[in-house]
Design a binder for this molecule. Sequence first.
Ligand code: ZN
Ligand code: ZN
Length: 318
Amino acid sequence: MLRAYDAWDTSPLVLPRPTRLYSLASLAPIGVGTPMVESLTGYIVRLAEAHCVSAGLLYWKEIRSLAGKGNIFTFRVTNGNGYSTHTINGLGAPAADFVRVLERLTGRHNLHTLTLLTWAQVLPRAALLRRARAWCESCVHAWHQAHQPLYEPLLGTLQAVTVCPYHQRPLRHVCPHCTHPLGPLDWRSRAAYCSRCAHTLVPPAVGPVHTLPRPELLWATWVASACGELLAAAPQLGCPPGRDRLAHTIGRCIEHTSAGNASAFARLLQVGAAMSAGGNEAKRCHGSRSCCAWPMVWGPHCWTSSWAPQPQWRLGAW
Ligand SMILES: [Zn+2]
Ligand SMILES: [Zn+2]
């Protein structure tokens, strides 16, 4: 008896282009489009673990020659000498080089969202990123308990962020076992492990912590939340925000809150004299930490054309 079989689909299979490093969905960067987006150095560390090699070996064998860098593992947190690995998460050439190479090796796009490259025109290069790792023990403990991947959020690399916005817990800066600060990318870096003594950074339990006085804690939490909003917005921005937009926004704020008096506005925000000449000055004080902290403090909304100063932002309200 003849039996009818289903027709075969003979259309040619379209396979994705092979990539040098894994491009698995399970290895996608974590938290893209959220305040807890992964950092690029943290992503390199997880890539290395997935390939069962150390972060140092992955860099040395696969990344080094393409990135045109030498030995990046010369950095010493304690004296600041050597290659500044924290700049891989930043907004300059090192970050751009590593993004280019890792996108090529993994076939992924938008890895720039794991860095601050989106904000290259409006954030300062100096004093923006901390040189050593900082992490929230409550976050790490919660991820471990929930069997979620352990990783390094980009938020913790910002010097302005001193507490976790979710747990209102001051970030930890040294290994609890060897009490050493840890570089963002060391030869033996592993997610949630100390790269010096190799002990886990996952605490067995998290109890109450000696925290900041309440006003300071509220301020630090707000700053951390605002910075998180900024990082979360990066994938949605069609083009990187420019200095002109920042200058325009500052000008509108000065107009709204201080009747155009830039000096009064600078005093209101407790920023330096660089701000006192008005919004256009923002172009020239690009290196000023206080000036360029503005887009971080205001969050991503100040980049939209419909943004307007809020009514509560009046003199004396802060
Ligand atoms: Zn936390
Ligand atoms: Zn240690």
